[in-house]
Structure formats: structure tokens, C-alpha cells
Design a protein around this ligand. Structure first.
Ligand code: FE2
Ligand code: FE2
Length: 295
């Protein structure tokens, strides 16, 4: 079994043709048995068009996607829009996925010969935040993280909070995501399982400089603040507990490549695509390894 993975396609008008062309090239060249995208496909209202475009790239093969933070973004007037992530899944992504025979991993597993793909969005639990981060002697607080900005006067913003439904506190959303994955992993029972998440569950998969560097120098960079939103550490705790039949973990979100690397008894990879510059990797289930694709 040969599975093609990618992530962070961000199929925006300006770059989507280039990105889709690359996917078609990969599929023609490598002839995968299945095609999986680890989130950040486009945005909520574009769900149907986006999934149609993916189906056109791989007309008859199994496709699975998990959602990314951008896939919950609602652009324009959102007064009548769902106020929860699950509301967006139900209104936009599930109907489109079902009509195109695409498995939405946030709602169910993809069963392939000898391996089950389990996944979901993931979110962030502030577990990768820089400890004791302070600007001009003032500690960044959890309220700052909840607002998405290091201080009331800063122009820097984590933009999810502007466009995603934020009915629940972010740690609660992160916990719900862990619980959802736990249930879908339980449904996979003893099958060999490959987990696909948008947000990294392990520090090693963030693909950003280690904390020691983030803290070095004259003072923390503005970007040190955004480390808090890079992944869900409690998801990693779940995966470490479940390692017996977990063969690999694939993620995206940070737009920085990491791995493939050994994480105990499992392998991890962060795909590392960026806007208009998709990256891909093939998983070869017979030999249990990833091969990154050439650009
Ligand atoms: Fe992304
Ligand atoms: Fe993302």
C-alpha cells in the first residue's frame, strides 16, 4: 500500500491552479493507492468546490482529509453561520465529502487494506507556548493568548479568533479534539493505525527552532508569542499512550517541515507545505517508511 500525503494546500484563487497541478503530477507519477490531506484545504464556504477539485485530481481512488484551522474560517457576513466547529463540519464539510465519496477524518476513519487512517483537526492547547514569555517585563497571560495578541496595544494578531467560531475556550476545544480522536482510535481497534492531524502533537514535529533559541538574544521576538498556537500537546499524550498499533503520525499547520523521524515505536512527519508551494510524502506501508517527494 502506497499512500500520498500532503497538507496546507490553502486553495486560494491566486495559487490553487499551481497547487492542484502539482497534486495531479504526483498522482500520475507515483500512482498512490490512497490520497490524504492533513488540513488547511481552504475555508468553510469553499468546502464543496475544494473537495470537488481534490476529487478531480484522483477520480476513482480513496481520498481522506482532516480539517485545519483555516477550514473553519468563515469569510464575509457570518451572522447566520454556525457558532461551533462541529456546526461548520455538519453544514459545510460533511455533506460535500459524502457526495464525493471522500472520508472526512474528523467524522470517521478510512479503512485501507492492512491499515486504518484515523485523524482530525487537533487545535492548540497552549502546550507549546514559550514558558514565562514576557515583553518589556510584562508576562504574557492566558487572557492574551485567548485574545490572540501579546498586548492590548500590539497590532499582531492570531487571526483564527477573527474568523473561526470561538464559542468555547481554546483549551476546551483542544480537549474535545483529543476526545474525538480517542474515540475514533478506539473504533480502529487492533488495526495498524496511521494518525493524521492538522496541528502537530509533538514538539519534535513543530519544525521551528527549539525553545532555547526562541528565548536567546536581546529579547523574545514577536513570533515567540505564536508558538502557543502551533500544536496540541495533550494530543501527543494520547498518542504516546496508544502506541501499540500506531505506525505513524502525519501533521502540517506550521508550514515547516519536520521528519520523518522516530518517535519511540512510531514515525512522525510534518509535511511542511506553504502557500502555493505544496509538499508531499509517500508512506509505504510494506516497509513502514516515508519518502518525501521532490518539488
Ligand atoms: Fe496552513
Ligand atoms: Fe493551520
Amino acid at each position: 500500500m502506497k499512500i500520498l500525503f500532503t497538507a496546507d494546500l490553502h486553495l486560494l484563487r491566486a495559487t490553487q491552479e499551481r497547487t492542484l497541478l502539482k497534486i495531479r503530477e504526483w498522482i500520475t507519477r507515483y500512482r498512490p493507492d490512497a490520497f490524504v490531506v492533513a488540513g488547511d484545504l481552504s475555508s468553510a464556504q469553499q468546502a464543496a468546490d475544494t473537495l470537488k477539485s481534490l476529487r478531480r485530481c484522483f477520480l476513482h481512488g480513496p481520498i481522506a482529509v482532516c480539517l485545519g484551522n483555516h477550514d473553519f474560517w468563515m469569510l464575509g457576513d457570518s451572522r447566520s453561520e454556525p457558532d461551533s466547529l462541529s456546526g461548520i463540519v455538519d453544514r459545510y464539510w460533511l455533506p460535500a465529502a459524502a457526495s464525493l465519496d471522500i472520508v472526512l477524518l474528523d467524522a470517521g476513519n478510512l479503512h485501507l487494506q492492512g491499515i486504518t487512517i484515523v485523524g482530525g483537526y487537533g487545535h492548540y492547547d497552549l502546550g507549546f507556548a514559550v514558558p514565562g514569555l514576557a515583553y518589556d517585563g510584562i508576562l504574557v497571560t492566558e487572557e492574551d493568548y485567548a485574545r490572540g495578541s501579546p498586548s492590548a496595544s500590539s497590532a499582531l494578531r492570531w487571526r483564527d479568533f477573527q474568523f473561526m467560531p470561538c464559542e468555547h475556550p481554546l483549551k476546551e476545544v483542544a480537549r474535545e479534539q483529543v476526545e474525538g480522536l480517542r474515540q475514533r482510535m478506539a473504533a480502529a481497534a487492533d488495526c495498524r493505525t496511521l494518525v493524521v492531524l492538522h496541528t502537530p502533537p509533538f514538539e519534535e514535529l513543530l519544525g521551528v527552532p527549539p525553545l532555547s533559541l526562541a528565548q536567546a538574544g536581546s529579547g523574545p521576538s514577536a513570533y515567540a508569542f505564536f508558538r502557543a498556537y502551533l500544536g496540541n500537546r495533550s494530543m501527543g499524550v494520547l498518542l504516546r499512550e496508544a502506541q501499540a498499533n500506531l505506525v505513524a503520525v502525519v501533521c502540517g499547520h506550521t508550514h515547516r517541515r519536520a521528519g520523518p523521524l522516530n518517535l519511540g515505536r512510531t514515525i512522525g512527519i510534518n509535511i511542511g507545505s506553504d502557500y502555493g508551494a505544496p509538499k508531499g510524502a509517500l508512506f509505504l506501508s510494506d516497509s513502514n517508511r516515508f519518502e518525501r517527494l521532490l518539488d
